[in-house]
Design a protein. Sequence first.
Lengths: 152, 87
Amino acid sequence: MGLKEDELPLAISVTGEVGNNSFDHNLGNWRDVPGCWFETQATGGWLWICVADRGQGVFRSLTRADPTIPNEPAALVAAFERTLSGRAPENRGNGLKFVRNIVVASAGRGLACRSGAGLVEYGRLGSVCRKELARFPAEPAGTVTLILWSLK
Amino acid sequence: MRIRLKQYGEILTSRPAGREAALAMKALLRPAPGELIELDFDGVLSVGPSWLDEVLAALRAEYGRERVIFLPTKNLSVIESLKVIDP
């Protein structure tokens, strides 16, 4: 059992955007280990995708562009819902909006993202992802995104 | 003038890769004055908005917004990427 033919391009694209963010926002600012952890698992009719990094985190990256963002939870919401980039003044910041759009567009998709004390979820399956992420202690920095995609 | 994007890979993602692709396109393109630049996604498996944004920005800056067009595609990653780039 695999992804439907028309969904495969979307799943790849979503994963690519999340993974690219790890690099784009941490280049020259890695805390210790550069790069990101990427893992997928197809089991029980579900595709799980995990992307995690030990970078500076979303809050530290985005407050360069908008110093009024008050905390880590607000930074995560801004990352997924506003056109805002920690790489300002470059004209960018659409990647995670794209990710959110795709995830919420179908009932068989969900995502949760944790960065520091922030934890957001999107899509019908977002709460399942959130529950998984909440099983692990929050890191002071870095970002982990868990995506769930129905294969049914 | 048609650009077959498959020549740049089956999976087109990341801004650095998009920037490189755009530089290569501009080096190779020799369109006649007023000629359209057609982006052909045939054979491409997946496109990310970051990659496409870099390519579009570069081509539009060079040739003008009206001259850069997309050939029809059913690839949902292209369709959804364009929604966030060109809302």
